[in-house]
Write a protein that binds this ligand. Structure first.
Ligand SMILES: NC(=O)c1ccc[n+]([C@@H]2O[C@H](COP(=O)([O-])OP(=O)(O)OC[C@H]3O[C@@H](n4cnc5c(N)ncnc54)[C@H](OP(=O)(O)O)[C@@H]3O)[C@@H](O)[C@H]2O)c1
Length: 325
């Protein structure tokens, strides 16, 4: 099978299209003929040698796929062969075939194109577990989604709204601001021109954001804390602005606020399966009725993986970029 592999060149990883032996599903696993595989910032880190796959995972990148089950490993019903699914993977998605734990697969939601469905697993699982399991968003609360134009953010905006929250999102530039507004955000802040803390205060009549879902990290930490309401919860899921930041503990105490961070990839299979099951129960109906839809910026062939990653690296993508074998 063809797969996107990483060859090290002068200290910088370079992507190559390689011919590899097809993987075989083990106990509790299925083999998927990949229709699409979602590109993630984790792929950029893995290419740079900074994000090795967890033990036992394939060496080649790709954290999520859509496709058709073509064989089932031990303990998995052979009747699942032929099912159209999406899957959350530990790696190895950028390929013609990928192995997934059966418990980390979901049926393709009704009405969603098989290829577009590849945009869903990582973004939906990330948005769900952080907004609901971690931040415990309540209807009527104000949620600030940092990076509402991104792969995760485009889903988080729609999901927060579907959960009954009032949504403020950030995006870069007027075109992306308009696109995020179309996704249902109540207020969209152009982070290139506006101060998001002031915008949050104005939008919420001084209340602040009850929840901030943050993809920036380090340098954004002081302003994210400033934007929080009393009892607010800041959940950091990305470090685009560094891993260290200045935390005003007095502000945290005064507001009785919480700062936390989570990562999906490092969770145990049982923890991932629990997130996938909750997404199936709670988010899949929202996808089926159109409240949450995949946002696909581009579909590129496997051989153009470098171009696909460049779209994320250069901030061009609105929503997800997919590799289509
Ligand atoms: N912890 C986890 O489990 C987990 C899971 C999935 C992803 N992530 C991480 O979450 C982050 C986002 O992932 P993604 O797939 O959505 O990436 P993406 O599609 O590349 O989106 C990046 C987002 O960051 C925004 N952004 C960049 N600079 C900004 C700024 N100064 N202020 C506000 N927003 C800014 C971009 O907005 P504009 O382009 O409009 O400026 C864009 O919306 C990544 O760091 C990724 O590694 C974490």
């Amino acid at each position: 099978m063809r797969a996107v592999t990483i060859a090290s060149q002068a200290g910088r990883g370079k992507l190559a299209l390689s011919h590899l032996n097809p993987p075989e599903p083990g106990t509790g696993e299925v083999l998927i003929e990949v229709a699409a595989s979602g590109v993630n910032r984790a792929d950029l880190l893995q290419r740079a040698g900074k994000y090795p796959p967890p033990p036992g995972a394939p060496e080649w990148p790709g954290l999520e796929v859509s496709g058709t089950i073509v064989s089932a490993g031990g303990g998995v019903s052979p009747r699942r062969v032929g099912e159209k699914v999406v899957a959350l993977l530990d790696g190895g998605g950028h390929a013609e075939l990928a192995v997934a734990r059966a418990a980390q697969t979901l049926p393709v939601p009704p009405g969603v194109d098989l290829v577009d469905a590849g945009a869903l697993p990582e973004a939906v699982c990330t948005a769900w577990t952080n907004l609901v399991d971690t931040a415990r968003v309540q209807p009527g609360e104000w949620v600030l989604v940092q990076g509402g134009s991104g792969g995760v953010g485009t889903v988080a905006v729609q999901l927060a709204r579907a959960l009954g929250a009032r949504v403020i999102a950030t995006a870069g530039g007027p075109e992306r601001v308009a696109q995020v507004r179309e996704l249902g955000a109540d207020v969209v802040v152009d982070h290139r021109r506006e101060d998001f803390v002031a915008a949050v205060r104005a939008a919420t009549a001084g209340h602040g954001a009850d929840v901030v879902l943050d993809v920036l990290g380090g340098r954004a930490l002081p302003d994210n804390v400033r934007a929080l309401a009393h009892g607010g919860r800041l959940v950091v899921i990305g470090l685009q602005q560094g891993r260290r930041g200045d935390l005003d503990l007095n502000a945290l105490m005064t507001k009785r606020a919480t700062v936390t961070g989570t990562m999906l990839r490092s969770r145990t299979p049982a923890e991932k399966a629990a997130v996938v099951a909750a997404v199936h129960e709670h988010v899949w109906p929202m996808v089926a009725d159109g409240r949450v839809r995949p946002v696909v910026h581009a579909r590129l062939p496997l051989g153009e993986a470098e171009a696909a990653l460049a779209m994320l690296e250069h901030g061009e993508a609105f929503g997800k970029v997919l590799l289509v074998p």
